[in-house]
Design a protein around this ligand. Structure first.
Ligand code: HEC
Ligand code: HEC
Length: 357
């Protein structure tokens, strides 16, 4: 054996594990195991209510996976490419752009506070029944991440730095698609929003020393209209302001051609009344991710209220709950102000700089 080769061999033997420990320390410094966050003011739910509550170790692993572009076919797209933290995990464009610049036909919804839903319906058409099931969809979607689960798993198996964290989260280092999905879903469950101006007003309004301000008076007026004259709460209800059910508002209806651009829920349920129906989105932090609706066709919050005010877009399947509202300009302003008061905190994050290799 040549002398230099011998040195190299000894060196790799000595430096190998030490270098790996250094790397792991660097990865972990940016993404430590943290206790599960507490639901903020306004979110009256607890992780203990869940059948399988998240664990800190799975959340740590899921955070890397959520931001890791190597889950896509060519390493260019991660979940966070479309679900961007600064836009409440939605995006500022009408539809998503995935691998190789391909455009989809629907907008990436926000998933704040989705640990607790009234019904377990995910995607605009409800085709996934859990966050776990949902997470595997985009990886194999040819327009989004363009990968196969098989190729994604072999990539992760090749990134041996990850094995330690699968072990920590699941008890063995094995990488499976079910584990990837569960870790990502647990990370998503910790993305909660609350403690908004609305939540603070709700907490304060019945106290003896409560003094309304101009701001809280406007929130109150908007809230009363939302639940009263405008009847928004027929569908936007609960702490996340959604029934998690499907309704047709006439979005995407082409009156000249007499057709819907997207059949929506019908594709899953095959029920006539579900044509052009989409899932009611939650309204937490809604001001952060215009444009709105499943196709991003409505530009501002004011325009969304105007859409309801005129009674939606008439079409054969329009929800019977949608009727002309006769709201005045001031009333529309108040409803918009109420929706803006739902901007909260607790979910902010940014991509780690280093990932297990
Ligand atoms: C190319 C953009 C893109 C990428 C990448 C992407 N998504 Fe999405 N996501 C979307 C779009 C668009 C929808 C809505 C699609 C639909 O409803 O048909 C969606 C829907 C969702 C929903 C449903 C939310 C709800 O309220 O129903 C969740 C959760 C979600 N994505 C999480 C993820 C995760 C986790 C990843 C990574 C594994 C990911 N997404 C990757 C664009 C993307
Ligand atoms: C019949 C049920 C129903 C009623 C009533 C209703 N909504 Fe909606 N809302 C929905 C559905 C369903 C969507 C998504 C529709 C789509 O994309 O095709 C939606 C979308 C929205 C959006 C866009 C959010 C996003 O992330 O894109 C806002 C804002 C909104 N509604 C506010 C209101 C307000 C304000 C009222 C009362 C004036 C109201 N809604 C009444 C069901 C309803």
């Amino acid at each position: 054996m040549k002398h230099s080769m011998f040195i190299a061999l000894v060196f790799s033997f000595v430096a190998g594990p030490a270098a790996l420990a250094d790397d792991a320390a660097r990865w972990e410094a940016e993404n430590p195991v943290k206790p599960l966050p507490k639901p903020p003011l306004g979110i009256d739910s607890s992780f203990d209510e869940l059948k399988v509550p998240p664990t800190p170790e799975r959340v740590r692993l899921g955070r890397w996976l959520f931001f890791d572009k190597r889950l896509s076919a060519d390493g260019s797209v991660s979940c966070a490419t479309c679900h961007r933290p600064e836009y409440a995990f939605s995006e500022p464009t009408p539809v998503s752009e995935g691998i190789k610049g391909q455009k989809g036909t629907r907008k990436a919804p926000s998933f704040l506070n989705q640990a607790w839903t009234i019904y377990p319906n995910f995607f605009w058409d409800g085709r996934a029944g859990s966050l776990e099931e949902q997470a595997l969809g985009p990886i194999e979607n040819p327009i989004e991440m363009g990968n196969t689960h098989h190729a994604m798993i072999s990539t992760l198996q090749g990134l041996t730095g990850y094995h330690k964290y699968f072990d920590e989260a699941f008890g063995t280092p094995e990488v499976t698609k079910e584990r990837v999905a569960q870790a990502i879903a647990d990370y998503e469950r910790t993305r909660m929003s609350g403690n908004s101006a609305y939540d603070k007003w709700q907490e304060a309004r019945f106290a003896d020393d409560y003094k309304p301000t101009d701001e809280t008076k406007l929130i109150e007026k908007g809230f009363e209209l939302f639940n009263g004259k405008a009847q928004c709460n027929q569908c936007h209800l609960g702490q996340n302001f959604t029934d998690s059910l499907f309704h047709n508002l006439g979005i995407g209806w082409n009156a000249e051609k007499n057709e819907l651009a997207d059949i929506g829920r019908f594709k899953i349920s095959n029920k006539e009344e579900d044509k052009g129906a989409f899932k009611t989105p939650g309204l937490r932090d809604v001001s952060k991710h215009a444009p709105y609706m499943h196709d991003g066709s409505v530009k501002t919050l004011r325009e969304t209220v105007e859409h309801y005010n005129k009674g939606g877009n008439a079409n054969p399947w329009l929800s019977p709950k949608i009727k002309k509202l006769e709201l005045t300009d001031d009333e529309i302003d108040a409803i918009v102000a109420f929706m803006k008061s739902l901007d909260g905190e607790g979910y902010m994050d940014r991509a780690p700089e280093h990932y297990p290799e």
